[in-house]
Design a protein around this ligand. Structure first.
Ligand SMILES: *Cc1c(COP(=O)(O)O)cnc(C)c1O
Length: 465
């Protein structure tokens, strides 16, 4: 392909993209395909001869698109939104076009320096103290793994990487029983082990970790000769939005000199709105590591996860490795690949720059405030439905409910709703029962999109009786 043809197709694809987004409401949110249906339409062997992009694009439309679930659909209420605002998509096109691998300052100084400034813009937007620096990672899972590895190394006097873990005894990490599965996986991969990830029960209206039980678990572990290494707190758990008392958890960590990580992957974006701080953010200052995903609620196209660090040195001591071929110009510059597990890095900061400049923090705040408001209104509407039960009250824009009947009936309703296609929801488990989660967070959703869900739920429920 020559560059003139590239330009022609670039224009066509931009037009296609605008038309796609403008007509998204006409499509079923979740793909309506059976397993194997898409693969069966692809040749089983690669072509030896070249084809034109016309033919490839035609197949993209007829084979691939019917098998896509539309994450940018305004009635996507499943999981958490992975918002791709148009300016962030355009920034990604530029990043893809220049296609730099930004592992070191010298391999693209602008990528490193824009990243440093964007992390600081977001630090200010989230009202974190000026001591925090940070790094952009691909996902909250990677940031959490980095933090758990740092807990391990710090607790072993930075000897685990060198010696292995065989003589280190039981390193213990504490969290509530509402944390995301990425925390379990980090404990596995870091060599901590599932049995040494101590899960503490939660209580209260926001399902906060029971701090007295946390303190007791640490004391018991010390008595048993184990080595407490760190605590992971959450603001906005995945299931129902569980949020810890950050100050109280931090005080426990400080008393035992434990490294702290806060997972605010989806809810962190809402902390650009100061009115949510009293309930969800007070006490945050002092966490060693904090992760939030601009690629969820904020609108920076996937992938884009910010890890703030109070002091980057413990993580650098854990992850930095400098073979001869990576040595560059010394301490005057930041080489972000030393802060993370992968060496190679995309230029993820550009989409944050485009996003924040094109909406302003006020524009982004307005969207999030609406989502929280509408989630509350819809929750009230579902509460009025005969036999329906609200199983967890809205925490920011997330609540859960049950229809009348058994756990199987909940799944039957979820499946029927997603087959219907007008909205997309997912199930979760809470207090031993299956619940239906509802999360408002899609960038372009309107109040009508959200409130329509009530009628769709009533309609589909009626049909499956
Ligand atoms: C989405 C989410 C994660 C995982 O995020 P990835 O970026 O996909 O790794 C972790 N924790 C919470 C609370 C989340 O909502």
């Amino acid at each position: 392909m020559d560059w003139d043809e590239y330009a022609l197709w670039g224009g066509k694809i931009a037009d296609w993209g605008a038309a796609y987004h403008k007509t998204l409401r006409d499509r079923p949110v979740r793909a309506q395909t059976a397993p194997g249906e898409i693969a069966a339409q692809l040749p089983s062997a690669p072509p030896n001869g070249a084809e034109g992009l016309d033919a490839v694009m035609a197949d993209f439309e007829t084979i691939v698109m019917p098998g896509m679930t539309h994450w940018q659909h305004p009635r996507f209420f499943a999981y958490f939104a992975a918002n791709a605002s148009p300016p962030s998509m355009l920034a990604e096109q530029l990043v893809n076009t220049v296609a730099a691998q930004c592992m070191l300052w010298q391999t693209s100084p602008a990528a490193t320096e824009v990243e440093g400034v964007m992390v600081d813009w977001l630090r200010q937007a989230l009202d974190l103290p000026s001591e925090y620096t940070g790094v952009i990672q691909d996902s909250a899972s990677s940031a959490t793994l980095s933090a758990v590895l740092t807990m391990r190394e710090r607790a072993t006097g930075y000897t685990g990487n060198r010696d292995g873990l065989s003589d280190k005894g039981a390193l213990r990490v504490y969290c509530s029983d509402q944390v995301h599965s990425s925390i379990d996986r980090a404990a596995w991969v870091a060599g901590i082990g599932q049995d040494n990830l101590v899960k503490i029960p939660t209580h209260g209206p926001r399902f906060a970790v029971d701090v007295a039980a946390l303190e007791a678990a640490i004391a018991a572990d010390i008595k048993a000769g184990h080595t407490p290494a760190g605590i992971i707190a959450i603001t906005g758990g995945t299931g129902v939005g569980a949020s810890d008392d950050l100050g109280a958890v931090l005080a426990v960590a400080k008393a035992h000199d434990l490294y702290t990580h806060l997972d605010a992957a989806w809810a962190g974006s809402a902390m650009i709105c100061p009115e949510f701080h009293a309930d969800f953010w007070d006490g945050v200052a002092g966490y060693d590591s904090i992760v939030f995903n601009p690629h969820k609620w904020l609108g920076a196209q996937f992938d884009c996860s910010i890890q703030f660090l109070l002091d980057p040195q413990p993580q650098l001591n854990t992850l930095k490795i400098e073979p001869e071929y990576l040595k560059t110009s010394g301490d005057a510059v930041t080489n972000y690949s030393e802060w993370t597990i992968p060496l190679g890095r995309r230029f993820r900061a550009l989409k944050i720059w485009f996003l924040i400049r094109c909406y302003g923090l006020d524009g982004l705040r307005a969207r999030i405030r609406n989502h929280v408001l509408w989630a509350g209104e819809l929750c009230e509407a579902i509460r009025q439905m005969e036999g329906f039960e609200i199983t967890s009250e809205p925490i920011l824009s997330l609540f859960s409910f049950r229809c009348p009947g058994s756990d199987d009936d909940q799944q039957r309703l979820v499946d029927a709703l997603n087959d219907d296609g007008r909205i997309y929801l997912t199930q979760g488990a809470f207090e031993g029962r299956k619940v239906i989660r509802f999360q408002v967070g899609q960038f372009d959703c309107t109040r009508d999109d959200v409130m329509l869900a009530r009628d769709v739920i009533a309609d589909v429920w009626e049909k499956i009786q």
